[in-house]
Write a protein that binds this ligand. Structure first.
Ligand SMILES: Cc1ncc(COP(=O)(O)O)c(C=O)c1O
Length: 384
């Protein structure tokens, strides 16, 4: 038999090298840590299509577990009209682009947009046009006024702009954009507006109507304390016909959802974490205090924060010439920092990188935040 050549030992006893006892500073992972209530639900729902016990044809209509209610509640939480589960922010973006744009249309997006915004557009056979920076190094701040110029230029050339996309907070610098400004512009021009909230919904309060968003995409595993892959697409009533269009052959199934999206454990964790999320976004100011404390303290020892100052989001990117100097002398090269942090029970910093580091202390207790700062200071003073 062919499969006898497969070495299956590596699949036995899968264990995670970054153990749960570690303080994980990886910005893409800090917002996805499950509270204990959600961990308990995992035991009940870990089998395949576990949410489908009482399904009458469509995921968003399931009443037990309460997916139907949850979608109404999450829409309300985001101040949007309707919501559907997705497998993540990227799937939400693709759904919107595919449902509302025509092949060859332009998506106008910010230069800090995530790669998945570009790939979604490519998959939907759309073109992209970028809105650039007001300032490059060191803030990499997007010139929001630039949306008008880019749209005007395209329209002057007879191109159709099918969608305006803004990354609410980008994954490179953690810059928070004034979404309301872009939302108002989009409304005035009659162009649908998609706000990518992968890094905001579930971490900080987001009010879709205030920001004039027609669509909000959120990421369960990045920012809503859920297992991957899952997310939310919230949208306004105006676009519901296109987003929720049903199949001709299978009239109960929504085409853009390929019938049903998150049909098992991830959506359970998303729902089980919802009460926790509702509470934690109220503590956003405290999270910003922790973030700013880290920046202030580490700038004292030669780190330089990139992106807009003061921080309005927990993702911090530092330029770290001091680490680079040490790496040049240390036999472990750039790996010394990762190695020294690991000895102190801290993980999530990319191994081998010494010129720039990204980190987040979102959701850590103050004593843990101080421990991280003190550990980094100690590593530098002992190794330089
Ligand atoms: C700004 C931004 N958008 C989208 C994503 C992708 O999110 P998802 O995995 O939910 O598709 C990321 C991931 O890092 C991101 O930083």
């Amino acid at each position: 038999m062919i499969f006898l050549n497969i070495n299956i030992d590596k699949y036995k006893n899968l264990s995670r090298s970054l153990s749960r006892e570690f303080i994980n500073l990886n910005p893409i992972q800090r917002g996805g840590i499950l509270p204990k209530e959600a961990k308990k639900a995992v035991y009940e729902y870990w089998d395949g299509y576990s949410v489908c016990d009482y399904c009458h044809g469509r995921l968003d209509e399931i009443t037990y577990p309460p997916i139907k209610d949850f979608l109404e509640d999450i829409a309300q939480f985001l101040n949007m009209d309707l919501a559907r589960p997705t497998h993540g922010a990227r799937e939400g973006k693709f759904i919107v682009m595919h449902a509302i744009c025509k092949e060859g249309d332009y998506v106008v997006l910010d230069k800090n947009a995530h790669y998945t915004s570009y790939v979604s557009a490519e998959r939907a056979k759309l073109n992209v046009a970028e809105v650039g920076y007001e300032e490059e190094y060191p803030t990499f701040k997007i010139n929001l006024e630039g949306y008008k110029e880019v749209v005007d230029n395209l329209e002057d050339k007879g191109k159709n702009v099918g969608l305006i996309l803004l990354t609410h907070v980008d994954g490179e610098y953690g810059n928070l954009n004034n979404a309301e400004k872009v939302g108002k512009f989009a409304k005035n021009r009659g162009i649908p507006f998609l706000l990518n909230c992968a890094y905001t919904v579930g971490r900080m309060p987001v009010d879709g109507k205030k920001l004039k968003a027609d669509f909000i995409v959120a990421s369960g595993h990045k920012s809503m304390a859920s297992s991957a892959p899952c997310g939310i697409l919230a949208f306004s009533e105006e676009f519901s016909d296109k987003i929720t269009k049903t199949s001709e052959k299978f009239p109960v199934k929504e085409v853009e959802m390929l019938g049903c999206t998150s049909r098992g454990l991830p959506i359970i964790t998303l729902m089980a974490s919802f009460p926790y999320i509702v509470e934690r976004v109220k503590k956003w100011d405290e999270e910003l205090k922790k973030t700013r404390y880290v920046v202030d303290e580490l700038e004292k020892i030669g780190f330089k924060q990139l992106g807009i100052k003061p921080k309005e989001h927990d993702l911090i990117k530092f330029e770290t010439p001091i680490l680079d100097e040490i790496a040049k002398k240390d036999k472990r090269k750039g790996f010394f920092f990762y190695d020294e942090l690991k000895k102190r029970g801290i993980g999530g910093i990319r191994a081998g990188v010494s010129k720039e580091v990204k980190m987040s202390v979102y959701g850590l207790e103050w004593d843990q935040v101080k421990y991280v700062v003190d550990s980094i200071k100690q590593i530098i003073s002992l190794n330089k």
